[in-house]
Design a protein around this ligand. Structure first.
Ligand SMILES: Cc1cc2nc3c(=O)[nH]c(=O)nc-3n(C[C@H](O)[C@H](O)[C@H](O)COP(=O)(O)OP(=O)(O)OC[C@H]3O[C@@H](n4cnc5c(N)ncnc54)[C@H](O)[C@@H]3O)c2cc1C
Ligand code: SF4
Length: 474
């Protein structure tokens, strides 16, 4: 245990953030690190409770949170880093972007602010980089087996690193021009600067992993070729097909999928030239984001940084409660209203609205017609019914509309079709208990099998699939 009664002595202190006025002038990360003496106090708040729900229930990677809290408190940082890396490959990603389900299941969170788990995780790994403790881990033994990983998001990267460290030869194929999947082109720089990914990729290259960008597997190289050339294949292609809204006016100019918008800004930040006619800018525009989730929130933060005139986020579901309902107790993920740093930067949020029609001035969108919805209370199975409120239609000005209504499933392109892969009822690749798809030797991981999920779950899935591939090859 870190410090007896530490949680009674110290209050939770959150890491400082650059003020809003300054941070929306650029795309840089704006959360800073707490001073080390303050962090020690934050670690001291961990009670090392008998059953650490943060570790066993909250964190999908089962990070050994109480153990590394104690190590930080005792100033054994290198040991803390070792413990952290024993369960998760890229804590510098999760320490920045994880929604931290661990903190909602922290025992302190029953009636006090949780331990600052996510920030302690970030500081452990950042200290590791600063001190030069994070070095390539080159295996002493080579198996002579070759593995192809298709897709370079967090799941593919975690699988690749685990397999390379187990002595296998790993080639990662990525159809995009840069490695990283949604870490690179979905999540905005103000949440995760891309040099953080490059630093880790550099380590992975030194561990022997080969990265091939601009290779669309199924089109540029066939699944048959992979089958012939590699001993196993891991499909980590994500869940990339966005949910669309087919209402009148959908064809108007100025309506884009969120990913197209976010990807373009991330490319601009990386120094790419985007021709003026292709540029999607929110500058001086009334922006409406349809979809109340995290992707929508990233659009809000991006639109504010581009100088939008107004930003409104619209959600079809009802506004969540401010506090947990009786059917949603601790330590479960709280189904409450979550407000992101992007929302705080400036955004009007609306719930229980259904978009009925896009209307334009010529070919360009200039307003959206919405109607109001009423939702019933949840039934025994927690389902709700919705009805449209009669005569409730109204319009909102819109010069730029961003569709952020989630993703349906992995792309059902040549990679999936040529192999005739079986899919589950949601359209994700179906796997057995060993993460193997219906094609022998072809495994699958991450959002490709889970549907759109989280970075931490993708990393866990990548580690799990690597273990099964290693067993298969042994
Ligand atoms: C805008 C946005 C913001 C998000 N923010 C957060 C956040 O803050 N926190 C969080 O925890 N999660 C967040 N997520 C979710 C998280 O990013 C994903 O759950 C995670 O990246 C999934 O990892 P993955 O490796 O399974 O797939 P992906 O990251 O989607 O990577 C899949 C990769 O496979 C490549 N690929 C696909 N098909 C082929 C092919 N045929 N050949 C070669 N390559 C191929 C794709 O180009 C892509 O690079 C966010 C998602 C989005 C869209
Ligand atoms: S990865 Fe996420 S859930 Fe796990 S300890 Fe870190 S912040 Fe918590």
């Amino acid at each position: 245990m870190a410090k007896i009664g530490g949680y009674l002595q110290y209050e939770r202190i959150n890491p400082p953030k650059t003020n809003i006025e300054d941070r929306i002038k650029n795309f840089d990360e704006f959360e800073q690190l707490l001073a080390e003496n303050e962090l020690t106090k934050q670690a001291a708040r961990c009670m090392d409770c008998g059953i650490p729900f943060c570790h066993s229930f909250g964190c999908p990677c089962n990070n050994k949170i109480p153990d590394w809290n104690e190590m930080v408190y005792r100033n054994h940082w290198k040991k803390a880093l070792e413990l952290l890396h024993s369960t998760i490959n890229f804590p510098e990603f999760t320490g920045r972007v994880c929604p931290a389900p661990c903190e909602y299941s922290c025992t302190l969170a029953i009636n006090r602010p949780a331990v600052s788990i996510k920030h302690i995780e970030l500081q452990i790994v950042e200290k590791g980089w600063k001190e030069g403790w994070i070095q390539p881990e080159i295996p002493l033994y080579k198996s002579g087996k070759r593995i192809a990983v298709v897709g370079s998001g967090p799941s593919g990267l975690a699988a690749a690193q685990q397999l390379a460290r187990a002595g296998h030869e790993v080639v990662v194929f990525e159809k995009s021009d840069r490695i990283g999947g949604l870490l690179r082109y979905g999540i905005p720089d103000f949440k995760l600067e891309k040099k953080i990914i490059d630093r880790r990729l550099n380590q992975m290259e030194k561990e022997g992993i080969v990265f091939e960008t601009g290779v669309n597997v199924g089109i540029d190289i066939s699944a048959r070729y992979l089958n012939r050339t590699f001993d196993a294949v891991v499909i980590a292609a994500g869940s990339t097909i966005p949910r669309d809204i087919n209402i009148p006016g959908r064809e108007l100019n100025g309506i884009y999928f969120a990913m197209k918008y976010l990807m373009q800004q991330n490319k601009i930040n990386a120094g790419d030239e985007i021709p003026e006619f292709e540029r999607i800018s929110a500058k001086d525009k009334n922006v409406i984001v349809i979809g109340g989730g995290d992707t929508g929130s990233d659009c809000v933060g991006t639109a504010n940084r581009q100088g939008a005139k107004s930003v409104t986020q619209v959600e079809i579901l009802p506004k969540p409660a401010d506090e947990r309902m009786s059917y949603n107790p601790w330590p479960y993920w709280p189904l409450i209203l979550h407000t992101s740093s992007s929302h705080i930067e400036g955004c009007e949020r609306n719930w229980s609205l259904s978009a009925k029609q896009f209307e334009g001035d010529g070919n360009n969108i200039n307003k959206i017609i919405f109607s109001k919805l009423e939702w019933s209370d949840p039934d025994a199975k927690r389902n709700r019914n919705m009805i449209e409120v009669p005569n409730s239609e109204f319009s909102m000005k819109a010069d730029l509309v961003l569709l952020a209504m989630g993703f349906v499933h992995v792309e059902h392109g040549p990679l999936v079709n040529d192999l005739g892969l079986l899919l589950d009822e949601r359209g994700n690749i179906k796997t057995d208990n060993n993460f193997m798809s219906s094609a022998r030797g072809f495994f699958a991981t991450g959002d490709t099998i889970l549907g759109a999920s989280l970075v931490v779950k993708a990393i866990k899935s990548g580690r799990d699939v690597a273990e099964k591939v290693h067993q298969y090859l042994s």
